[in-house]
Design a protein around this ligand. Structure first.
Ligand code: MD6
Ligand code: FE
Length: 217
């Protein structure tokens, strides 16, 4: 019985995988909190619903987004920014649950970035076919702080490249409960998510949800 469980873990890869200097994948790190995370996401999205934002270039994103915390990442025809107000409701974003803050802080510490205090949590929802093109996360004032990324629901292929858009990318499969921490020399690496394959997740159905925690200001 125990052997079977361990076989499963080994099949998913080692518990800790270095993607690059400064970037580490912590397999299953959010697994113990999964039920509370999903309940908190439901509460947040009841107040600030998922919406597909428009890029400055006028394209509607395939990924639906919302936020919690003091500031939220938004995009519209005017550009990308962190905003304390949800433009959809005119209200502040829902508060960041203590559970979120703690998970982000402990994952960052585990990866060698002690003292991470996120002020923004972007919540991404992928349905089959949704993807995120190669980009850098560079709208944050202080790129000295890492980013912590939590994957829930359907598996995704994460693309991870270098500091130049044209650098070769590597592919990693991220599954429910995996956490990627990303800072230091990797902080401005290009990355993206390949078109989500269809499937059925026991808790989330035909969806992947990703939380990314940042120190934005
Ligand atoms: C996603 N993640 O996994 C999109 N950015 O849905 C990101 O864009 C990302 O996972 C910076 C650091 C980690 C990430
Ligand atoms: Fe990103």
């Amino acid at each position: 019985m125990t052997a079977d469980l361990f076989d499963g873990l080994e099949a998913a890869g080692p518990a800790r995988e270095a993607l690059a200097p400064g970037a580490v994948l912590l397999r299953g790190f959010a697994w113990p909190q999964q039920a509370e995370l999903l309940a908190a996401i439901d509460t947040i999205t009841a107040q600030a619903s998922f919406r597909r934002m428009v890029t400055p270039g006028g394209h509607q994103m395939s990924v639906a987004m919302t936020n919690c915390g003091p500031v939220g990442w938004v995009t519209d025809r005017g550009g990308y920014r962190y905003d304390p107000i949800d433009p959809q409701s005119g209200q502040p974003w829902p508060a960041m649950p203590e559970l979120f803050r703690e998970l982000a802080e402990t994952a960052a510490r585990e990866a060698g970035f002690a003292g991470f205090a996120p002020d923004a949590c972007l919540i991404n929802r992928y349905e089959p076919g949704a993807k995120m093109s190669l980009h850098q996360d560079r709208d944050e004032r202080d790129v000295g702080a890492p980013i912590v990324s939590v994957s829930l629901g359907l598996p995704a292929t994460f693309l991870f490249g270098g500091l130049k858009r044209t650098d070769k990318t590597q592919r990693y499969r991220l599954v429910h409960g995996d956490v990627v921490v990303w800072g230091g020399p990797a902080r401005l690496a290009f990355h993206g998510v390949a078109s989500l394959a269809d499937g059925e997740h026991a808790l989330l159905g035909r969806r992947r949800i990703n939380l990314t925690f940042r120190r934005a200001r």
